[in-house]
Write a protein that binds this ligand. Sequence first.
Ligand code: ADE
Length: 224
Amino acid sequence: MRIDIITLFPELLQSPFEVSILKRAITSGIAEVHFHDLRMYSKHKQRQIDDYPFGGGAGMVMMIEPIDLCIQTLKKERKYDAIIYLTPDGKRLKQNQANHFSTLENIIMLCGHYKGVDQRVRDHLITHELSIGDFVLSGGELAAAVLCDCIIRLIPGVLGDESSALTDSFQDGLLAPPIYTRPAEYKGWEVPEILTSGNTPKVNEWRDEKSLERTKKLRPDLLK
Ligand code: ADE
């Protein structure tokens, strides 16, 4: 998979790809991530990329031309399966959408700033608009990093034990069950006995039960 991220602040995006699972995915060649500095596509002398909104009002708007130039430059090189704009008023990102994105070859992510992008970018250049939650970040970069992380870890071969992605919260519409490790007793706080019993069918039954119980308590909306 190849991901091209269009951003005004490439340096904001470096570190998530330099450690742990994402780093491994990149060094093993399973995923490629490229950053494109939007200012490089500005035709203005000062490399301006935003302007005042037509009709007035507070805040600046990212202009269509540099974004279009950057996307067209990338599209000349390869076909893209998705061009995603990260924005708080996009569709809320869900695990099933991440599963789908993880099967794609080439993805562009566009990070917004200021008041956002000229609406014509959204109408004509983008295929998906995604939000990572009902809150506003100062830009789309951290949202793009979140999206990259949840997509890349799902590509076969990225996680050591591939089955572990399947037991994540949300994969079956439920939260994951509680987990424990050694010691079996700490300060008098004990691990549920069933987990140390060695009875795998019973353990699985317990985990299913706890998943449901936890979901009912913490995220009843998932059961609707
Ligand atoms: N940009 C700013 N806030 C965002 C959010 N919540 N999700 C995606 N992109 C954003």
